[in-house]
Design a protein around this ligand. Structure first.
Ligand code: GRF
Length: 193
């Protein structure tokens, strides 16, 4: 049985698209059963064009009902801008993931690329992590790194990190989908390598 995945977005949805295209490969036992947005996000149209079921809800009751009816087993936040309640994070703990454009725990929150440059960081990158009640604070599962060049700007870094994100998030999905057993075990195996 393919792993049933829901993706939650608020914006353009490029990570969402990378996940959908990855799940549509014949060798990946995963199925995107729902794309859920909290607003009329640009990514909704992309998802729809790719044949994925979509829903828009800005309240957690609506979100829970949509996830349940789609029978989602795991949920990937991909540029989802709304803070989820502690109860929601607890209820979905171990099945709720996020991608963040920095090497967590460095640079939680917004404007990560500008902050990495301002801090004179020499390396930067992106992280996938379990979602907990603390924003961008759940356990980190995997990261991809790059070097910051002297000529880098927030824009060039954003572009280079995004290209890494499009590899990192599908790779987490592959790790989760391709193994049998319970999800916490998958997460350990996906771990910090
Ligand atoms: C990505 O940089 C992601 O890491 C962050 O928000 C951005 C979303 O971009 N959480 P997109 O909507 O996936 O293109």
């Amino acid at each position: 049985m393919p792993l049933k995945l829901a993706i939650m977005i608020s914006g353009r949805g490029s990570n969402m698209e990378a996940l959908i295209r990855y799940a549509q490969r014949d060798d990946v036992p995963a199925e995107v059963v729902l794309v859920l947005a909290d607003r009329k996000a640009k990514g909704i149209e992309t998802a729809s064009n790719l044949g994925i079921k979509i829903a828009i809800h800005d309240d957690e009751d609506g979100i829970r009902a949509a996830l349940e009816s789609a029978q989602a087993e795991v949920i990937f936040l991909a540029g989802y801008m709304r803070i989820l309640s502690r109860q929601f994070c607890d209820d979905y703990h171990g099945r709720l993931f996020n991608i963040h454009p920095s090497l967590l725990p460095r640079h939680k929150g917004l404007d990560t690329h500008a902050r990495a440059i301002a801090a004179k960081d020499s390396i930067h990158g992106c992280s996938v992590h379990l979602v907990s009640k603390d924003m961008d604070g759940g356990p980190v599962l995997n990261q991809l790194l790059l070097k910051i060049h002297p000529q880098d700007t927030p824009e060039t870094l954003a572009e280079r990190v995004l290209a890494l994100e499009h590899k990192l998030y599908p790779s987490l999905l592959g790790d989760l989908a391709k193994k049998d057993g319970n999800l916490p075990l998958h997460i350990e195996l996906a771990g910090l390598n």
